[in-house]
Ligand binder design. Structure first.
Ligand code: NAD
Length: 478
């Protein structure tokens, strides 16, 4: 017996569950199949984002920041707090509680939108058939028939052959959210987004943290000036960032992990209590296809056209599994767009205005082109910047660090990119995404009133600075 659906989504992460909800809203009979199992063997929708990524890491980033600021900043505010103590178990319990609430929310939304959420591994056995293999004791094998199948199977951490995960001493980003005590010496391979976020968590809680990064530059995807400013702040906080350092060996010896890396023709050896490997993620396609010729790229991503159609009629793919920026919000937009396209609507995802955020302290956020990209494309630009040191709200918050940098086309004044490092820039970047979506200019931002005193005034002033007329800072001679 098989159940018939209009749309079956494989994968219940941000791309998949959002696609399923939108499909339900549009009146499609929809199922979402997901194989995620938590450590206790329970199934949950929400994928890596809700269970082992974005949300739990933000919970620990918040807790660890509060701990560090209470320890080091309370006195500055004239607040005496006595001895500040740490209960790691409670911190992890809070994190897990938040994830549970949100994954429960997905279940409730499925119900409200008449989506059948099915726990199990989905395998496409024909262009209109998904076989579900149970992952929980109470599950059973089933066959689903579908007019349309959407692959949203996500991605998993890349494992290094010389530093294989053992789930205890050498862990991936999920394991790094579950240390039951603060490691005294923590190593992180990869100073990318995950490396700096998780390195920050444990460093704030007391770990001596070393980030080992193969590339010669720090955060090469960010604007160079912003990356430099961020690196300065992170180093000040005690993160030991080693650039141009390629790990050649990592070996568990008793209670320790010994890591060797090559830097400037020299081999260095470091010893840690825990090692996090955060060197990127790869598409998850294991057990996904059986006898169906969905084309994968050389790197294993599902290949799609502009309508998210794969090489097989009726099968689509969205999110991390199709490559591009591996971000939850990019996957969500694709999930919605894919379903609406199936529904016959004309929709497009604007890949030029995907915001990027690194949730450190200070945060790093940007949208659009970096200064270097503008140079490489031969664009003539005007650049303005404004330091948070001159922003009243940031001062009052004791977080007057970082800057906003705005790049605008020299002829049209159209905003090409905005790059920030500073307090809550994850929120400030949204204004710039809107501005760029509307084809806004630096002048437009100048003419828009920004509340005082707010952090958003730094964005306002950066726009003024593009025209050499910042009010609360010196303007560079032009
Ligand atoms: P990443 O690509 O951001 O960084 C990996 C880093 O590891 C790179 O800088 C790379 O040069 C380095 N590296 C690779 N091999 C190495 C080696 N052998 N030795 C030393 N360094 C090495 O990947 P990530 O940090 O693992 O994150 C994975 C994905 O998840 C990314 O696409 C990221 O955007 C996404 N993510 C986003 C957020 C966010 O938006 N805040 C948070 C977490 C993850």
């Amino acid at each position: 017996m098989s159940t018939k659906y209009d749309i079956v989504v494989i994968g219940g992460g941000p791309a998949g569950y959002v696609a399923a909800i939108r499909a339900g809203q549009l009146g499609f009979k929809t199922a979402c199949v997901d194989q995620w199992l938590n450590r206790d063997g329970s199934h949950a929708f929400g994928g890596t984002c809700l269970n082992a990524g974005c949300i739990p890491s933000k919970a620990l980033l918040e807790s660890s920041e509060l701990y560090e600021r209470t320890k080091h900043e309370a006195e500055t505010h004239g607040i005496g707090v006595g001895e500040v103590t740490l209960d790691v178990a409670k911190m992890l319990e809070r994190k897990d509680g938040i994830a549970k609430q949100l994954t429960g929310g997905v279940q409730a939304l499925f119900k409200a939108n008449k989506v059948d959420g099915i726990a199990g591994t989905g395998t496409i056995t024909a262009k209109d058939t998904v076989k579900v293999t149970p992952v929980t004791d109470d599950g059973e094998e089933q066959e689903l028939k579908a007019k349309h199948i959407i692959i949203a199977s996500g991605s998993t951490p890349v494992e290094l052959p010389m530093a294989k995960f053992d789930g205890d001493k050498i862990v991936d980003s999920w394991g790094a959210l579950e240390f039951d005590e603060v490691p005294k010496r923590l190593g992180v391979i990869g100073a990318g987004v995950i490396g700096v976020e998780l390195g920050s968590v444990w460093s704030r809680l007391g770990s001596e943290t070393v980030l080992i990064e193969a590339m010669p530059d720090f955060l090469p995807i960010a604007d160079a000036a912003i990356a430099k400013d961020a690196a300065r702040q992170f180093k000040k906080q005690g993160l030991d960032i080693r650039l141009g350092a390629k790990v050649s060996k990592a070996e568990v010896k008793g209670d320790e992990v010994v890591v060797e890396y090559e830097a400037k023709d020299k081999t260095e050896t470091l010893t840690f209590d825990k090692l996090i490997v955060a060197v990127g993620r790869r598409p998850e396609t294991a057990k996904l296809l059986d006898g169906v010729d969905v084309k994968l790229s050389d790197r294993g991503f599902v290949e799609v056209d502009a309508d998210y159609k794969t090489s097989v009629d009726g099968i689509y793919a969205v999110g991390d599994v199709i490559g591009g920026m591996m971000l939850a919000h990019k996957g969500e937009e694709e999930g919605v767009a894919c379903v609406e396209k199936i529904h016959g609507e004309k929709v497009e995802v604007n890949y030029e205005t995907i915001p990027s955020v690194i949730y450190t302290m200070p945060e790093v956020a940007w949208v659009g082109k970096t200064e270097q990209q503008c140079k490489d494309e031969g664009l003539d630009v005007n650049i303005g910047s404004f330091p948070f040191a001159a922003n009243g709200r940031a001062k009052a918050m004791e977080q007057a660090i970082g800057q906003v940098k705005m790049i605008a086309d020299a002829k049209t004044d159209r905003i090409l990119g905005v790059h920030m490092v500073g307090p809550y820039v994850s929120e400030l970047v949204a204004e710039m995404v809107v501005a760029m979506e509307f084809g806004g200019t630096a002048e437009d931002i100048c003419l828009i009133m920004h509340a005082h005193p707010t952090l958003s005034e730094a964005v306002h002033e950066a726009a003024f600075s593009v025209h050499g007329r910042a009010i609360h800072a010196m303007n560079k001679k032009r």
